[in-house]
Write a protein that binds this ligand. Sequence first.
Ligand code: GDP
Length: 304
Amino acid sequence: ESLDKGLEKSKTSFFSKLSKAVAGKTKVDDGVLDNLEEILISSDVGVNTTLKIIERIEERVAKDKYLGTDELNKILREEIAALLAETNVGNETDFVIPTDKKPYIIMVVGVNGVGKTTTIGKLAAQFTKNGKKVVLGAADTFRAAAIDQLQVWADRVGVPIVRQEMGSDPASVAFDTLKSAVSQNADVVIIDTAGRLHNKVNLMNELTKIKRVMQKVVVDAPHEVLLVLDGSTGQNAFEQAKQFTKATEVTSLAVTKLDGTAKGGVVIGISDQFQIPVKYIGVGEKIDDLQVFNKIEFVDSFFN
Ligand code: GDP
């Protein structure tokens, strides 16, 4: 229910455009396909993924020359679900973490302003709600505000945070955080990192160093590298995904701000282009406004 509410804008705009594109038509012809291509691109699905979808629809049109426009919805829905299925388990409904890693270590990356801190706070709240002991690490030491903001979330959720002064070595903060988490027998560690993209080599070096130092405490750390992307920024989100996947091995995605955008298509394009599962979606600023991404619900919210 809240997913539908959160994604209302994407839904309305995708749907009203699609309905207009097929209005008065009884079969899917080149005109409909051209329109569909435009709609998908303007919904930020991305050019490559759009072309892939169009190609798949064309194949089906070729098979059935009189493919009706009524069926277009159904087929589109199937093809989009299939694309998402290639990268997403998509059947998770709760904030579960693997129990064979204790503590389970999540390193969070992303540029400033995308909702990184908020997502960490929301995740901490969900894991705590599920009875997990969470420790936060403020390894974005580049900005004082980042540390303070993470502290605000830690206080709000009631979880411990490990921090040092601004300007201190992020790897040292990460090291301390893991030490502390292990000694407290914590279940989950969430490490915030600085998201400076202006210098790719620095970014890569910094993330590599953080990982290496964490591995002195827990050999296979981090267990997850979660990239946070702002879903309302369309092509910027694609570009950031490209940069971060070059700098480090990103294993999952959180796409934020899908409540305030008509561009939810970015979820489809990014998971397809980068073959990384979208694990969480942000649908508001409040503590509960984070959802486990579920491909069935997502596709339904687009097409129902
Ligand atoms: P950071 O710099 O990446 O750590 O970003 P913040 O977590 O500070 O978030 C930046 C702004 O985006 C804040 O005003 C947040 O409240 C807001 N924000 C984060 N996630 C969402 C979301 O899913 N929806 C909306 N509408 N706002 C969000």
